[in-house]
Write a protein that binds this ligand. Structure first.
Ligand SMILES: Nc1nc2c(c(=O)[nH]1)N[C@H]1C(S)=C(S)[C@@H](COP(=O)(O)OP(=O)(O)OC[C@H]3O[C@@H](n4cnc5c(N)ncnc54)[C@H](O)[C@@H]3O)O[C@H]1N2
Ligand code: MOO
Length: 408
């Protein structure tokens, strides 16, 4: 059987590094930055007030007290956005709002709460230090400084910074377009009545959600039955809209394993058995005129889920412009015994938590570990790795655990 590492590497080899595109800033959300962004100006771009109050010369207020306030004439009213230059000299002050440019000659701002708030002659009841309530030019970012580097994931903070340095468009690796297609004659769209022997289709919803969580632009095509001509037809129609196609079902040894049947001999697709549990039957390759990558996951729902997380995620990260790393691994103490078939690496569904006074990482295997026992996926937050050469692990053993991604 093929090793998990080899299969991950093989899938990675069929997906290409993405090409950057210039997009409008709003559309950059959730993408990966492809360029170095530096600020053309300093932030702030000019000295300004951090308080609503009065711009003053600090030395004027040295003697100010509640009993003997210093009173200064107010010679200007400066709002945020005011462009006309204002200057004060000792013995004068200017009313100023938060974000408004500091007038020349002023070296401190007094919050309005420390004054009587008068707009003609303001009384100041306490002294102030030079620099108080002033936001200096460049105090956040100096002009020319790099604020974001290639590979940065553009979330809300990054969006804010890009806009603040004046970017309207930005060069990014766009979200990969992933198409999800399930197969199976027994499948029925959720919301429709079930007939005898039928089940509601769940894999394509699950895989589409997982790919969306991974930052992809997902088209859930839904599912098709086991008619080979239809499956091929549908797949051909989907090629143009996909950077990667993910199918589920029809890859095992059954008489109607249609994905295997129609894709064998197409492009570079090959089917194989990977030494993992669940997720043994697998396929991958490129198909069609544009050599579109395709990964064919097994139909058992938990097998499809685990295969996605272990085998497909690194390829999606590459397509996003990120390093193609696997799920984060941590060491944890096993809270209950675990078993595994020899020769295959098990990925048991578990619950990872930190317990006890020393916050030790502990992982508890869930009871429903079979490939059809989908309900465990609502509880699990981690996959417990049991190596190929281990069939039993006692409670208390230290194990490697892969932390499952959680949506925001
Ligand atoms: N003789 C053998 N039989 C099987 C083997 C084997 O080695 N020899 N491997 C087993 C393993 S392991 C797996 S995993 C499955 C994979 O089978 P397929 O990929 O061909 O999947 P299907 O047969 O189409 O379906 C399996 C199972 O999952 C249900 N299913 C399928 N698609 C969906 C969906 N979209 N939503 C919900 N449930 C789905 C389907 O009804 C079946 O119960 O093969 C084993 N057999
Ligand atoms: O390997 Mo299958 O993927 O166990 O159920």
């Amino acid at each position: 059987m093929k090793s998990v590492e080899q299969h991950i590497a093989d899938i990675l080899a069929v997906v290409a590094d993405p090409r950057p595109v210039e997009v409008d800033l709003l559309r950059a959300h959730g993408t990966v930055l492809a360029e170095t962004v530096s600020s053309p100006v300093s932030l702030p771009n000019f000295d300004n007030s951090s308080m609503d109050g009065y711009a003053v010369v600090a030395a004027d207020l040295e003697t100010a007290s509640t009993d003997a306030p210093v009173v200064l004439p107010v010679i200007a009213d400066i709002a945020a956005g005011d462009a006309s230059p204002v200057a004060i000299r000792p013995g004068l002050c200017a009313r100023i709002m938060t974000g408004a440019p500091l007038p020349m000659g002023a070296d401190a701002v007094v919050p309005v709460e420390w004054t009587d708030g008068d707009v003609v002659r303001a009384a100041f009841g306490r002294p102030v230090r030079v620099g108080d309530s002033i936001r200096r030019a460049g105090g956040d970012v100096e002009a020319g400084t790099v604020v974001l580097r290639p590979g940065a994931r553009i979330g809300s903070g990054e969006m804010g910074v890009l806009a603040a340095v004046g970017r309207r468009t930005v060069s990014v690796f766009p979200r990969p377009r992933v198409v999800v297609l399930s197969t199976g004659e027994e499948l029925v769209e959720p919301g429709r009545p079930l007939g005898p022997g039928q089940i509601w289709e769940s894999n394509s919803f699950m895989v589409a959600a997982a790919a969306r969580d991974a930052g992809c632009d997902v088209h859930r095509h839904g599912f098709v039955g086991d008619d080979p001509a239809t499956v091929l037809d549908v797949l051909e129609g989907l090629l143009v809209r996909a950077d990667l196609i993910i199918t589920t079902g029809g890859v095992s040894m059954g008489a109607h394993d249609v994905v295997k049947e129609v894709l064998t001999g197409q492009g570079t697709v090959e089917f194989t058995q990977v030494a993992m549990q669940p997720g043994k039957p697998q396929g991958f390759g490129v198909i069609g005129p544009d050599r579109t990558p395709i990964v064919t996951l097994p139909g058992n729902p938990v097998s499809a889920f685990v295969s996605f997380q272990v085998l497909v995620l690194p390829a999606l990260r590459r397509l996003r412009g990120l390093p193609p790393t696997s799920l984060e691994g941590v060491r944890a103490r096993l809270a209950a015994p675990a078993t595994s078939p020899g020769g295959r690496r098990s990925f048991l569904r578990g619950v990872l938590e930190t317990t006890g006074p020393d916050r030790e990482a502990t992982v508890t295997p869930l009871t429903r570990q079979q490939s059809h026992q989908l309900s465990a996926l609502t509880t699990t937050n981690a996959l417990i790795v049991v190596p190929e050469d281990v069939t039993e692990l006692p409670a208390g053993a230290t194990v490697e655990v892969l932390v499952l991604p959680r949506p925001a």
